[in-house]
Design a protein around this ligand. Structure first.
Ligand SMILES: Nc1nc2c(c(=O)[nH]1)N[C@H]1C(S)=C(S)[C@@H](COP(=O)(O)OP(=O)(O)OC[C@H]3O[C@@H](n4cnc5c(=O)[nH]c(N)nc54)[C@H](O)[C@@H]3O)O[C@H]1N2
Ligand SMILES: Nc1nc2c(c(=O)[nH]1)N[C@H]1C(S)=C(S)[C@@H](COP(=O)(O)OP(=O)(O)OC[C@H]3O[C@@H](n4cnc5c(=O)[nH]c(N)nc54)[C@H](O)[C@@H]3O)O[C@H]1N2
Ligand code: SF4
Ligand SMILES: [Mo]
Length: 744
C-alpha cells in the first residue's frame, strides 16, 4: 500500500523528512492515506484562468500558480519558472488556500461589553469606539501613551500604511514589530559591519557554493525549499551544520558540529585564529576593503584549541577540520538563522560569522557570503517599510534631512514625524507595566503566545486600558484578550508586495473574497484614517499600487533604491526584482548579489571587523534547574502559533498534535521517563505539561520544545541582546519530571 506521505506531491527530501518525523508521536496520525491530498480539488470544480503570487508563509518566497474559477482561486501549483522555488513547494505552501476557509476566521468586529464578553458590532461602531477610546487615552496621558505592534506577514504597502498612520497620523512615537523577535539581530549586525541592513546573497548561491556552512539554522524544516536548492548543488558541496541538536538538517550534512549551546562565538573566534595562524586568509582583500582587522587578529590569539574545545564540547580535531574546510573551499557561504539571532549575544555572534567571510574574501562572489536567512514572508519588507525602528525606506527618524525628504514625498508636514526612535518591543511591554502606555494596537502578530516569558507578557497585556487586535482569526491567544477585534483579510485576499530573504520584491494577489465583513488591512487603515480625522494626510494612499509608488520614491538614493521598478506589472514580468534596482540600473540579471565591487555601504566603503568578549549563559543551570531548554520550529507543516496551519486537515496529519519535549534517552532513563510519558517541564517562571519524546537528537542535559504549542513561552526567560534587543528564546534553565498522574 502506498503510504500517505508518498501520495503527497512533494520533493523527495521533504518526504524523507516527513518520514523521519514519524516517531511514536506521529505514526498513528499518518496511518490513513488519502482522505485529503495536498492541493486536491473537488472534481466538480474546473479552473478557467490562472494567475501567480508568492507564498505568504516563510521568507523563502516561493512562486505559486493560482488556478481560478470565476476569479476565485480553487487550487494552486508551485510555479516552475519562478527563480526561487523552480516548481517546488512545501506542505504549508500547498495548503495556503485551505486555511482561508477556516471556521474560526474573524468575520465581524467584536467589542468587549461591560460583562467582559466580546460581542459582534458593525464597522461604524468599531471605528467610532477605536477613535474615541484611543483619543481619550492620548488626551489624558499624552500621544505616546498609545503604541502599536506590527508584523512581517502583511504586504509592504500595508505595513507602511500602518506605520505612517500610527506615527504621522495618530501621533504615536512607539511602535515595533514581531521582526524584533526574529531579524533584529541580523539587522544590527549588518548595519554595524556593512553600513546598511544588507543581506548580500541570492539563492543561486546555495547551488554555486562548494562549502555551505549553516549556523543555528534548521533549513530542512524552516526553509525546506532552500534545502531543495542545496540538494540541486552540482559541486558536491561540503555541508557543515553548527547546531547543538542533531536536526533533520544536521542528519543530512557532511559534518555536524554539535556544540554546547551559546558557544558559537568561541568556535568562530577559535576558527578565525587557526585561519590567521596558517595564513589561510585573504590579506589583500582585508587590507583594501575592511577596517579593524589588526585588533581582531590580536584579540582572537587567546582562543587556543584547548580552550575552544572546552567551551564548545567539540574534539580539537573537529575544530581544525572546520577551519581547514573553510580554507579549502573555493566558494564558501555562511548561513545563519535563529540559533544565532535569538540570543543574548546574537549581534556579536552574527558578526563573528561576518568576520570569517570577510577574512577569507568570501563575499560578493558567486556561492559565498555572510547570509542571514529571514523568517516571515515579508520580514525583509518590514525591515525597510514598517516605519518602526527606522523610517520608510531605511531612513533615520533622528536625522532632520531624512525627515524633510520623507515629508516631501508624502506631502505631509515634517512636524508630524517623530524626532526620536521608537522603544523596542520589550521597552513597550515595560512601558505598559510602568503605566506609561495605556493603549495598544496589534496587527498580524500573536504575542500572547509568541512573546517571551508568557505569564508576565499576559499580565502586562491585561493591564492595558484598551487593546485592539487586528487578525484573520478570532481565536488566537491575543484576540481572546482584546477589547476590540478587527477582522482582517489574509494572504490571498488582498494585493501588495512582499520582499523575500534574497531581497526579491514579489507580488501577492487577491484571489479570494475575505469572509463576512472582514476587510484587508489596507482598507482597515483607510477607515481608521477617516474616523480619526486624518484622511487628508493619506489622500495619495488610494490603492496598494499607489502606495508602492510612494515607497519606491522613499528609497531614492538609499542602498535599497528601487526607483527603477516601474510598476506592479514589471515586478511580475521579471519574476520578482531584487533590490537595489535604481532608475539608472545597468544590470537586469534576475540573480544579483551585493558587494560584487567590494564596496560596502559605510562612509569609507570598507566593512568592519567587530568582536567582543563572549558572556556566559544568561540563566546558568543549577541544581534545581539542571536542563538547558531550547525552543524553535518543530516541523515543516506547522507555522508559529498555528492560527493558520492548524486549520488544514492535511497539515494536521503531518505533525504531532500535542506538545512534546525532546529529551536524551540517557537523561530520560535516569529520571524514570519512558517514551510518550507525560512530563512536567518547569523553569523559574512557570510549568507546562507535555509528552516526552526520547531522541538522541538532543544532547544530555538539554531539552527542545517546538514553539508552536501555546504555553511554551511560559518557560522562556525575558533576556535580550543589548544591541538588537532581540529576545533570547533558545536558552533557559529548566527541570523535567515525570507526571505520576498521567492524563491529568
Ligand atoms: N515550518 C516552519 N517554517 C518556518 C517557520 C515556522 O514557524 N514553521 N517560521 C519562520 C520564521 S519566522 C523563522 S525566524 C525561521 C526560523 O528558522 P530556524 O532558525 O532555522 O529555526 P529554529 O528552529 O527556530 O532554530 C534553528 C536552530 O537553532 C538551534 N540552536 C539553538 N541554540 C543554538 C545555539 O546556541 N547555537 C547554534 N548554532 N544553534 C542553536 C536549534 O537547535 C534549532 O535547530 O523559520 C521560518 N520558517
Ligand atoms: N519560544 C519561542 N518563541 C518564539 C520563537 C522561538 O523560536 N521560540 N520564534 C519567534 C519568531 S522568530 C517569530 S517570527 C515569532 C512569530 O510570532 P507571531 O507573529 O506571534 O506568530 P504568528 O502565529 O505568525 O502570528 C501572526 C498572526 O497574524 C495573523 N495574520 C496572518 N496574516 C494576517 C494578515 O494578513 N493580517 C492580519 N491582520 N493578521 C494576519 C495570524 O492569524 C496570527 O495570529 O515568534 C517568536 N516566538
Ligand atoms: S518554503 Fe516557505 S515560501 Fe515556500 S512554499 Fe513553503 S512556506 Fe511557502
Ligand atoms: Mo521569525
Amino acid at each position: 500500500m502506498t503510504h500517505f506521505i508518498d501520495s503527497l506531491p512533494l520533493p523527495e527530501t521533504i518526504k524523507k523528512i516527513l518520514y523521519q518525523k514519524q516517531g511514536p508521536l506521529t505514526r498513528d496520525l499518518l496511518r490513513k492515506p488519502g482522505e485529503f491530498g495536498l492541493g486536491q480539488v473537488p472534481a466538480t470544480k474546473k479552473p478557467d484562468a490562472t494567475t501567480t503570487a508568492v507564498c505568504g508563509y516563510c521568507g523563502t518566497g516561493c512562486g505559486l500558480n493560482l488556478h481560478l474559477q470565476q476569479g476565485e482561486a480553487i487550487s494552486l501549483t508551485p510555479k516552475t519558472s519562478y527563480p526561487v522555488n523552480l516548481g517546488m513547494a512545501c506542505p504549508k505552501g500547498w495548503e495556503s488556500l485551505t486555511v482561508l476557509d477556516a471556521p474560526d476566521r474573524a468575520t465581524t468586529p467584536l467589542l468587549k461589553n461591560k460583562q467582559g464578553n466580546q460581542v459582534p458590532v458593525n464597522w461604524d461602531v468599531a471605528m467610532t469606539e477605536f477613535s474615541s477610546r484611543f483619543k481619550e487615552i492620548q488626551q489624558k496621558h499624552g500621544n505616546d501613551s498609545v503604541a502599536f505592534l506590527s508584523t512581517g506577514q502583511i504586504p509592504i504597502e500595508e505595513m507602511a500604511f500602518f506605520g505612517a498612520l500610527a506615527k504621522f497620523g495618530m501621533g504615536m512615537t512607539h511602535g515595533d514589530g514581531n521582526t524584533r523577535q526574529c531579524m533584529a539581530t541580523a539587522v544590527v549586525a549588518y548595519k554595524e559591519a556593512f553600513g546598511f541592513d544588507a543581506p548580500p546573497y541570492t539563492y543561486q548561491d546555495f547551488e554555486e557554493s562548494d562549502t555551505i556552512i549553516l549556523i543555528g539554522s534548521n533549513l530542512c524544516i524552516a526553509h525546506p525549499i532552500l534545502w531543495e536548492r542545496v540538494m540541486r548543488n552540482r559541486h558536491d558541496p561540503q555541508i557543515v551544520v553548527i547546531d547543538p541538536r542533531m536536526t533533520e538538517t544536521a542528519m543530512s550534512a557532511s559534518e555536524h558540529l554539535a556544540i554546547t549551546p551559546k558557544s558559537d562565538m568561541a568556535l568562530l573566534y577559535g576558527t578565525a585564529r587557526i585561519l590567521i595562524e596558517n595564513e589561510w586568509i585573504e590579506r589583500h582583500f582585508i587590507e583594501k576593503h575592511t577596517n579593524d582587522f589588526s585588533q581582531f587578529e590580536q584579540y582572537v590569539k587567546k582562543y587556543d584549541l584547548e580552550y575552544v574545545a572546552k567551551q564548545t564540547g567539540l574534539e580539537p580535531q573537529q575544530i581544525i577540520n572546520f577551519a581547514q574546510t573553510i580554507y579549502t573551499g573555493k566558494r564558501v557561504s555562511f548561513w545563519w538563522t535563529m540559533g544565532v539571532n535569538q540570543s543574548y549575544q546574537g549581534v556579536r555572534t552574527a558578526q563573528a560569522i561576518i568576520n570569517l567571510a570577510l577574512m577569507t574574501g568570501n563575499i560578493g562572489k558567486p556561492g559565498t557570503g555572510a547570509n542571514s536567512i529571514t523568517g516571515q514572508c515579508n520580514a525583509m519588507g518590514s525591515r525597510l517599510f514598517s516605519n518602526t525602528s527606522n523610517m520608510l525606506g531605511g531612513h533615520d527618524f533622528t536625522n532632520p534631512q531624512h525627515r524633510e525628504k520623507i515629508a516631501g514625498i508624502l506631502d505631509i508636514d515634517e512636524k508630524c514625524i517623530p524626532r526620536e526612535n521608537s522603544w523596542a518591543y520589550h521597552e513597550i511591554m515595560e512601558g505598559i507595566l510602568k503605566g506609561k502606555i495605556k493603549g495598544l494596537w496589534i496587527v498580524g502578530t500573536n504575542p500572547a503566545h509568541s512573546w517571551i516569558n508568557q505569564g508576565q507578557a499576559k499580565d502586562i497585556l491585561e493591564r492595558l486600558d484598551f487593546l485592539v487586535v487586528q487578525d484573520m482569526f478570532n481565536s488566537t491567544a491575543t484576540t481572546k484578550m482584546a477589547d476590540l477585534v478587527l477582522p482582517a483579510a489574509g494572504w490571498g485576499e488582498k494585493e501588495g508586495c512582499q520582499i523575500n530573504s534574497e531581497r526579491r520584491i514579489s507580488r501577492v494577489k487577491k484571489v479570494r473574497k475575505a469572509p463576512g465583513d472582514a476587510l484587508s488591512d489596507f482598507n482597515i487603515f483607510k477607515l481608521v484614517a477617516h474616523y480619526w480625522g486624518c484622511s487628508k494626510m493619506f489622500e495619495q494612499w488610494k490603492t496598494p499600487e499607489a502606495v508602492f509608488q510612494l515607497l519606491k520614491q522613499c528609497t531614492a538614493s538609499q542602498p535599497c533604491d528601487i526607483t527603477g521598478i516601474e510598476d506592479y506589472a514589471m515586478i511580475e514580468k521579471q519574476g520578482g526584482i531584487q533590490w537595489p534596482y535604481p532608475t539608472n540600473h545597468d544590470d537586469d540579471r534576475n540573480q544579483r548579489r551585493l558587494f560584487e565591487e567590494n564596496e560596502f555601504f559605510t562612509e569609507d566603503k570598507r566593512a568592519k571587523f567587530i568582536f567582543e568578549e563572549p558572556r556566559g549563559l544568561s540563566e546558568p543551570l543549577n541544581e534545581n534547574f539542571p536542563f538547558l531548554l531550547m525552543t524553535g520550529r518543530g516541523s515543516a507543516s506547522q507555522w508559529h502559533t498555528q492560527t493558520k496551519t492548524r486549520n488544514s486537515a492535511v497539515l494536521r496529519k503531518l505533525y504531532p498534535e500535542k506538545a512534546f519535549t525532546e529529551i536524551n534517552p540517557a537523561d530520560a532513563k535516569s529520571l524514570g521517563i519512558s517514551q510518550n510519558d507525560l512530563v512536567t517541564v518547569s523553569s523559574q517562571r512557570g510549568s507546562i505539561r507535555c509528552q516526552a519524546f526520547l531522541t538522541h537528537a538532543v544532547q544530555r542535559g538539554q531539552l527542545f520544545i517546538p514553539m508552536h504549542y501555546e504555553d511554551v513561552n511560559q518557560l522562556t526567560d525575558a533576556v535580550f541582546d543589548p544591541y538588537s534587543k532581540q529576545p533570547s528564546y533558545k536558552a533557559c534553565a529548566v527541570t523535567v519530571t515525570r507526571c505520576h498522574h498521567a492524563g491529568v
